[in-house]
Design a protein around this ligand. Structure first.
Ligand code: NAD
Length: 517
């Protein structure tokens, strides 16, 4: 079946939002967007930007080795644009940080309402650019909730006092850093945009967000809502473009004092390095995962099957905490695998703009090829029991739900993040052995255990090396008031309703000598 899309939205914002105004890139740079469901470009036009033949980077048109670029309409923020966004944020900082928390919060509340009103449009824009089915779009609700939560949190930013040093009354002050950078991925863009910006703004910082080149449209839409909510110019800047250009500027910028990043480990390391090479800005990293789910014989089998299927199928497996490794006890393995295979094969894939679709394509050709190459690798080392039949769609980047069994623990498909609807199911007999295998990875984002034995559940929760553990539940289950983040190479720092504001505050100790006479 060939998919032909009929988006209802014909025009959308694609420009940079800097200092309260929308503008094209300073050098006219633009990039195109293709629908992952059809492979066809839906955002393109004429452009004067030139790209180097080999390096594929924008360069001057005088260079003879150049080819004219494809000419799409999403603004590619230049180095100058990224610098301008930081300068605008720096200029806006003194006045914004001097406002009362209640006044700062009032802007966040307005934005929350506008995001909720835009739910349908945001859902469609995401379906068009990265292929998330509209039926699964909940980010607007979660983002509005976060904005409303942080809007009330400003007054809780408090220091401490101490009388422990004789002759002194000492205290700490909590103060904003100044300009905060946020670099976000494409898989859950609006939520990451808000979950980083809202606490940073409430703490009194000003913000520059760079959206992902794969999903820039919802961030640009949020920028229109920021403008509508009346944020003072320069407080909340949102730019689009590729990481090696504007993202690189933000991570190296001497005036950006803290940066929060969600994305791949590869880029996370570059950002950490950029911080070390520039001003040692505070870096918060939320990175990838290879999350294990462990199923014991006393588990509720139907629930474990349904949960773990949802964990790997949600967003077509493009979720950092997806349970991509399942360890099932040998005594229930054949029953579990049969049930899992049956339910996983029943997804309804198709045009993400249609309400009946629950399984969209991979985000773009790059993601598609990457997942396919892991599937080919998996076939060499493991046994594929579901998947790989030709997609029922003749166009688009669709991957069938795929299951491997008996995969060697040291193989690439067991060690690396695939970021697709691909799961490895292995068996175990011994608790210590399965813990060792679950922990034998550089990742440590999420792990889950299914058992009715409370002692075993707590033993496992203690032993599993991951930032989050689900007991009789699995990813994407989490809680707003619990810290979100990973052990080991899955990240540094934590985010969430109770902890994020701390990421954007300095601590100052003030020593006050008093005359006791
Ligand atoms: P990515 O690292 O390719 O890109 C993320 C962002 O970084 C994009 O905005 C990109 O433009 C930017 N970027 C790229 N190179 C850069 C550079 N040199 N300097 C500065 N910025 C740069 O990741 P992705 O493909 O967008 O997202 C998928 C990855 O994100 C997966 O590994 C996934 O596990 C991870 N992820 C983690 C979480 C979490 O909370 N732990 C959540 C979602 C996704």
């Amino acid at each position: 079946m060939t998919i032909t899309q009929q988006p209802r939205i014909k025009s959308f914002e694609t420009r940079l939002f800097i200092n309260g105004e929308f503008k094209d890139a300073s050098d006219g740079g633009k990039f195109d967007l293709a629908s992952p469901a059809t492979g066809e470009k839906f955002a393109q036009g004429e452009s004067s930007i030139f790209f180097h033949k080999q390096l594929k980077i924008p360069v001057s048109s005088q260079d003879q080795t150049l080819i004219p670029s494809f000419s799409p309409p999403v603004a590619e923020a230049s180095v100058d644009d990224a610098n301008a966004a930081v300068a605008a944020a720096k200029a806006a900082f003194p006045a914004w940080s001097a406002l009362s928390p209640a006044t700062r919060g009032s802007y966040l509340k307005k934005l929350a309402g506008l995001i909720l009103e835009s739910h349908a449009e945001l859902a469609e824009l995401e379906a068009m650019s990265m292929g998330r089915p509209v039926s699964h779009y909940v980010e607007s609700y979660a983002s509005a909730q976060s904005l409303n939560h942080f809007a009330e949190l400003g007054c809780q930013v408090l220091g401490t006092t101490s009388l422990n040093t004789p002759g002194f009354v000492n205290m700490t002050l909590r103060q904003p850093y100044g300009v905060v950078g946020a670099i976000i991925p494409w898989n859950v863009p609006v939520y990451f945009l808000i979950s980083k910006s809202a606490p940073a703004l409430m703490a009194g910082n000003t913000v520059v967000v760079k959206s992902s080149e794969k999903a820039p449209l919802t961030s640009a839409k949020v920028a229109t809502l920021v403008q509508k909510a009346g944020f003072p110019p320069g407080v909340f800047n949102i730019i689009s473009g590729h990481g090696h250009i504007s993202g690189n500027v933000l991570s190296h910028h001497m005036d950006v004092r803290a940066i929060s990043f969600t994305g791949s480990g590869r880029t996370g390391r570059l950002i950490q390095e950029a911080s070390a090479k520039s001003n040692l800005k505070n870096v918060i990293l939320e990175l990838g995962g290879k999350s294990p789910a462990i199923i014991f014989p006393d588990a509720n089998l139907e629930k474990a099957v349904e949960d773990t299927k949802r964990g790997i199928q949600f967003n077509s497996g493009q979720v950092c905490m997806a349970n991509s490794r399942i360890y099932v006890h040998d005594s229930i393995a054949s029953e579990f695998i049969e049930m899992f295979k049956k339910t996983f094969s029943q997804v309804k894939s198709g045009d993400p703009l249609l309400p009946e679709t629950n399984h969209g394509p991979q985000a773009d050709a790059i993601q598609y090829k990457q997942v396919q190459s892991y599937i080919e690798e998996g076939k060499k080392v493991g046994k594929m029991i579901l998947g790989s039949e030709p997609s029922e769609h003749s166009n688009g980047y669709f991957i069938q739900p795929t299951v491997f069994v008996e995969t060697p623990e040291d193989s690439k498909v067991m060690k690396e993040e695939i970021f697709g609807p691909v799961v490895n199911i292995n068996t175990f007999t011994d608790e210590d052995d399965v813990v060792a295998r679950a922990n034998d990875t550089e990742y440590g984002l999420y792990a889950s255990v299914y058992t009715k034995d409370v002692n075993r559940a707590l033993r496992m929760a203690k032993k599993l090396e991951s930032g989050m553990v689900g007991v009789n539940c699995t990813s994407p289950t989490s809680a707003q008031d619990m810290p979100f983040g990973g052990y080991k190479a899955s990240g540094t720092g934590r985010e969430g309703w109770t902890v994020s504001i701390e990421n954007y505050l300095e601590v100052k100790s003030v020593f006050i000598k008093i005359d006791d006479e």
